[in-house]
Design a protein. Sequence first.
Length: 296
Amino acid sequence: MDTERLLEALPVAVYTTDAEGRITFFNQAAAELWGYRPALGSLWCGSWKLYWPDGRPLPHDECPMAIALKEGREVRGVEAVAERPDGMRVPFAPYPTPFKDASGRVEGAINVLVEIGTRKDAEAIAARFADVTRLLVVASGSDRPAGRELVLKVEEGSWLRSAYRDLETFLHGHLPAVDAGSALVLVLTDRDHRPERTKRALDMLRAAAVLEVRAAAILAEPLDRDVPAELTRVGRILVPDAPGLPAPVAALLGSATPLQLISERLGRARGTNPDPIRRDDPAYLRAAEVADAPEA
């Protein structure tokens, strides 16, 4: 499957530009967010009009994508409002990332646009997890890579002790180690064998509820009605199914934005700075230097 077909099938808004900021591709989800289909070659962003969250106009050549391309860096933690041609305004969070060649020259960029509702869900989860002592991430099937990635991002960005656990083994061996100080995130988006996975997930969530474990979930949208809200009291983020993609690819790409949002917002809620990977602490800097030092 070529890159454009892959991006077109994604259930999240994505577009790309060349190094000068001319739009080279956008998927159907982006067109739906913008409310129309801009001409390829349009500069910086496909939004009809842009505003800051406080209502001030945001010039297209000052938008996050323009900054990412001009400064050659990712732009994170920014919000904006897109106005559609029909006048409807849509708050969103952009995640522009430049592409660079081997010499470091910017060749273009990709931008993922996340509607604010999803970010608010991640913020609510992070706020409830801010004071826990341990995080468990549980997944199965093609959701396993996302589960492991969430553990890595959380430990890297918020320094919270975290561990990945497999859904099929959690109830047998890992349950005795959890308690009310634990938090749990279930990742359940894989279409393959979904009824069987959902049954096991419900068993796990019920057991966790008895132990007063704080539970949240990243769920495929069709499962919102199958997983009772009281079993994920901390919150949930819903991922649209992507029937045009193979199930493993859809699971991997669909959960990518939610796990990034949860890890980013959890770092903020815990007051940590993820950028230096804790190497602003002399002890952790020294540990990293020792680990990276060439053998004598």
